[in-house]
Design a protein around this ligand. Structure first.
Ligand code: 5GP
Ligand code: ZN
Length: 105
């Protein structure tokens, strides 16, 4: 855990954030400022700044499996995934995460 990291604090339970999924590797929760009717974030439990610092192939696979599980749980057949990497790409929270955005139709 990194003391000044908002997502580490969420994972630690500091804000009582509701987890849509929690497993060994990741948590999934709703984005506080949704850009789609369903907007969730898949966040690894370990603190890693961005995709560039994440070299664990197993964890990368587990995160993508968690994406699919979360989409299914939210009732999404169609959805977009997004990983902002670096501030010039729009990354605001420097704890790697995968956005899932979709609409229940
Ligand atoms: P980024 O721009 O880093 O890819 O995305 C960060 C996302 O985290 C943004 O969509 C923002 O709305 C979301 N976010 C930032 N702070 C919080 C928070 O405290 N709680 C939740 N649930 N989402 C947050
Ligand atoms: Zn963190």
């Amino acid at each position: 855990m990194k003391e000044d990291c908002i997502f580490c604090k969420i994972i630690n339970g500091d804000f009582n954030t509701e987890f849509i999924i929690e497993n060994e590797h990741a948590v999934v929760f709703n984005d506080i400022n949704p850009k789609a009717p369903v907007h969730m974030l898949v966040v690894p439990k370990i603190h890693v700044e961005s995709l560039n610092e994440l070299d664990d192939k197993n964890l990368l696979g587990e995160l993508m499996m968690t994406v699919k599980e979360a989409a299914k749980k939210a009732g999404l057949n169609s959805y977009k995934t997004l990983i902002n990497t670096g501030k010039d790409a729009g990354q605001e929270v420097f704890h790697m995460h995968i956005h899932i955005m979709g609409d229940k139709k």
